[in-house]
Design a protein around this ligand. Structure first.
Ligand SMILES: [Zn+2]
Ligand SMILES: [Zn+2]
Length: 389
């Protein structure tokens, strides 16, 4: 089958790789209809992780079941399904507690597994024609048959639940004010989720005009940090107080307005922008080792975090990757009911063959490239679809 393969920093190719097959009776094979490119793929793409050449990318996958193992009970050939990016067993103590992002079974020696991601286990990514899904009864979320809401449902694999998880970590309640750092797809989903949860005002911080425009479209207040300190701008609009809650949807590759990388800048600005006793939800990625980090301590995953100010203000912080399975069914039902349309972030739908150039555009944050969906069935010769914003 064809798949998107990592070659070296800033290079992926579409190559023939071995077809996946049923390995365990609890597996299914899915024919991929949509697999999204994610901001977290870019950390690997840029060589900022330990990812080795040859890895097939793709953890945001949906499609139609092609074949089922003999031990699969609830999923049948022809079912339309979307898979959480977390690979999880469903029976370990973390899964039983709903913490499926930290499954103890699927990636021995580590808490948590994922498709197509460095150090997340032996699960080939879904930016390909087919995908093997382990523990399929647990990992497949059933969708209505057909093609309706395809782009919305595809976002249930990661970014919609991850954005929602950020608001859960920050315990966003009705009427509260929230600031979200990063207007990439996850930041926009976090802002959207805060709106869905009844926040009174949601500030979204970025410097990319196209992304700030999208934030404005969902009723958030754009804050351009290239026009002045973000925390100051937020305080000015909240009676000098700061917001009730704050969300980091940027992570360790954070930059100051002039472009220099400062891995702790978003965390430290949040400490400033959120009011005393507030709560931070951190879903932007931080890594235990960053070979390309801008300092010796950053290379070891050690950041200069303003713990003193954090303590003085009595702030709290929740961190970690989303337990997608805790939210995906409910968010699916909001999509079906017309209460949520997360696909407003989708900017491009392209066939697999165009993945290399799509990665380049998305990596450079080229104007208008907010979220790319790969459509393996579009095949050669089809024109890519630019979604009008
Ligand atoms: Zn993702
Ligand atoms: Zn588990």
């Amino acid at each position: 089958m064809k798949a998107v393969v990592y070659k070296e920093p800033f290079s992926v190719d579409v190559e023939e790789v071995a077809d996946p097959r049923i390995q365990d009776p609890t597996d299914v094979l899915v024919k991929v209809t949509t697999s999204a490119i994610c901001g977290s793929d870019l950390h690997m793409y840029e060589g900022r992780t330990g990812a080795e050449p040859g890895i097939v990318f793709g953890h945001e996958n949906m499609g139609v079941v092609e074949e089922t193992g003999s031990g699969v009970a609830s999923v049948k050939k022809g079912d339309r399904v979307v898979m959480p990016f977390n690979v999880a067993c469903g029976f370990c103590k973390n899964c039983l507690a709903g913490r499926t992002g930290f499954c103890l079974t699927v990636n021995p020696g580590f808490a948590g597994g994922a498709y197509g991601y460095v150090s997340m286990g032996p699960y080939t990514g879904g930016q390909a024609q087919y995908l093997r899904v382990p523990f399929a009864d647990f990992n497949c979320l059933q969708l209505p048959k057909g093609t309706e809401h395809e782009d919305d449902f595809a976002l249930l694999a990661d970014i919609f639940p991850t954005g929602y998880h950020a608001t859960e970590l920050a315990q966003v309640s009705p009427g509260e004010t929230v600031c979200v750092f990063g207007a990439g797809p996850v930041g926009l989903m976090a802002a959207y989720s805060a709106v869905l949860r009844g926040a009174s005002r949601v500030f979204v911080v970025d410097k990319q005009p196209d992304r700030l425009r999208l934030a404005g479209r969902i009723g958030a207040i754009p804050v351009d940090y290239s026009k002045g300190d973000a925390a100051e701008q937020i305080k000015e609009q909240t009676n000098g107080e700061g917001t009730d809650k704050g969300i980091d949807a940027v992570g360790y590759q954070a930059t100051v307005a002039e472009g220099e990388e400062q891995p702790a800048i978003v965390l430290n600005t949040l400490v400033e922008a959120v009011r005393p006793t507030g709560m931070l939800g951190v879903v932007g990625l931080y890594v235990p080792a960053d070979p390309g980090g801008p300092s010796e301590s950053a290379k070891k995953g050690e950041l200069l975090f303003r713990i003193g100010k954090f303590f003085e203000k009595g702030l709290r912080m929740g961190t970690g990757q989303a337990n997608v399975k805790s939210y995906n069914r409910q968010l699916r039902d909001m999509i079906i009911a017309g209460r949520a349309t997360p696909s407003f972030v989708v900017s491009h739908r392209v066939p697999l063959e165009e993945a290399p150039e799509a990665y380049q555009h998305f990596d450079k944050r080229d104007e208008g490239w907010t979220k790319v969906l790969l459509k393996p069935e579009m095949g050669n010769g089809h024109k890519k679809q630019k979604v009008s914003a």
